[in-house]
Design a binder for this molecule. Structure first.
Ligand code: S3P
Length: 438
């Protein structure tokens, strides 16, 4: 379905961020592996997470939705998961697919994985290679889905992923849980650490040594997870769309409540502040072992500022939206060191540049990033139709751009938004956005 976001002058209100997608996937997987029953509160009920819930149920965990965002999972514990009878369809989700592969290999299962047209185009060799080194067998379509993976008694490895990737790290760690010996992952640049934190909540010992912006994670195989209740904190990536829209319009104030603060995820907050964004972050409590904040944005004039290389992994999902902020800034913005964007739900370098160009913004691709010539506050022409390319973050970024451009911005197909933020339209409309679907 198509959607069009019309320019508005004001956005106002306070909303609770939806549950974090990364934490929601992990909570379902770890609860399904654990001994006993876990209750998960605040689960993100997006399509990606629902696909993980189905995959865990297909592997023998008892997964039940009790009420809105409250789920009960009874894990199999030492009895072990079973081979799924049917193909595990991971939909649009790289996280669901890659983490489930680690889990399947570590539990000595055999499973066939598939996904939608976007997921079928994404590289899986980055997880199949270390899993093969540990002893798992696979048959794939040239390193892509559909593929069949077969676990075996695995041996621990020491692995340095060639890409800064929390999915690869987490896959190797999950396989390592079922391996003989101590699995070590070395990260030259630290990526999101939800697997490390949440495995600890399920009683697993995970050692992390941080040094020079990177870290060394080690985990002894054969550890049993114990059920625990998990409170999922709000998703800082989903929250960015709301507070960024609040920065770009002329009047009002937007507050997003329940936002997880984690220094592996807050790159856009730092990047926006460096551009002069009037953003206020206040700590309000804790959930699921993470600090919770309220983020308030006030309309701001932005100046172009290039994000430092060190914060790229902490804003890896935010570059399409960062491209929109750069379009409303004064001056030119250069993004480098972000080649991983090429293998996200879409090629996000091409998709971001095309989104901007379709709306009259001068932008250019670089092999590892892009350049945007800022139009200044209120200066983005708009009026274009953006191709979402099966990518929720491209679709949402374009609709945010439409709130503050001179002319409406349309998106050809917004169905992917349901993968990560099913309440996006309701939330934007509650703030005063004028977005029409259909
Ligand atoms: C995720 C890791 C990131 C991110 C994705 C979620 C995770 O991918 O882009 O949306 O939950 O581990 P990479 O680890 O491949 O960078």
């Amino acid at each position: 379905m198509r959607a069009t976001s019309k320019p508005i002058s004001r956005l106002d209100g306070a909303l609770r961020a939806p549950g974090d997608k990364s934490c929601s996937h992990r909570a379902l997987m770890f609860a399904g592996l654990a001994e006993g029953t876990s209750f998960i509160e605040g689960l993100l009920e997006g399509e990606d997470v629902k696909d993980t819930a189905k995959a865990m149920a297909a592997c023998g965990a008892d997964v039940e939705r009790i009420s809105l965002r409250r789920w009960k999972v009874t894990g199999v514990g030492a009895a072990g998961l079973k081979n799924p009878k049917n193909i595990l369809d991971m939909g649009n989700s790289g996280t669901g697919a890659r983490l489930m592969m680690g889990l399947v290999a570590g539990q000595k299962l055999k499973a066939t994985f598939d996904g939608d047209v976007s997921l079928r185009s994404r590289p899986m060799g980055r997880v199949l290679d270390p899993l093969a080194e540990m002893g798992a067998k696979n048959e794939s379509n040239g390193g892509k889905l559909p593929l069949t993976l077969e676990g075996a008694p695995l041996s621990a490895i020491e692995y340095t992923p060639p890409h800064a990737s929390a999915q690869v790290k987490s896959c190797v760690m999950l396989a390592g849980l079922g391996a003989i010996g101590t699995t070590i992952v070395n990260e030259p640049r630290k990526t999101r650490d939800h697997t490390e934190r949440m495995l600890r909540a399920f009683g697993v010992t995970v050692d992390v040594e941080e040094k020079d912006g990177g870290c060394r994670i080690s985990l002894e195989g054969g550890q049993q997870l114990t059920a625990t209740n998990v409170d999922i904190p709000g998703d800082p990536s989903s929250a960015t769309f709301l507070w960024a829209a609040g920065l770009l319009v002329q009047e009002g104030s937007v507050s997003v409540l329940n936002v997880m603060e984690n220094n592996t995820r807050d790159g856009l907050v730092h990047a926006a502040k460096a551009m002069g964004a009037n953003l206020n972050v206040v700590k309000t409590g804790e959930a699921g072992g993470e600090v919770i904040t309220t983020i308030t944005s006030i309309p701001s004039s932005l100046n172009a500022a290039t994000p430092e290389l060190a914060i790229v992994p902490a804003m890896i999902d935010e570059f399409p939206l960062f491209g929109v902020l750069a379009a409303f800034a004064d001056g030119d913005t250069l993004v480098t060191g972000a080649e991983e964007l090429r293998v996200k739900e879409s090629d996000r370098i091409t998709a971001t540049v095309n989104m901007l160009k379709a709306n009259g913004v001068h932008a250019e691709e670089r092999p590892d990033g892009f350049i945007v010539r800022g139009c200044g506050r209120g200066g983005v022409p708009g009026g274009g139709i953006v191709e979402a390319c099966h990518d929720h973050r491209i679709a949402m970024s374009a609709l945010v751009m439409g709130c503050a451009a001179k002319a409406p911005v349309s998106v050809d197909n917004v169905s992917a938004i349901a993968t990560s933020y099913p309440d996006f339209f309701a939330h934007m409309q509650a703030l005063g956005a004028d977005i029409e679907q259909g």
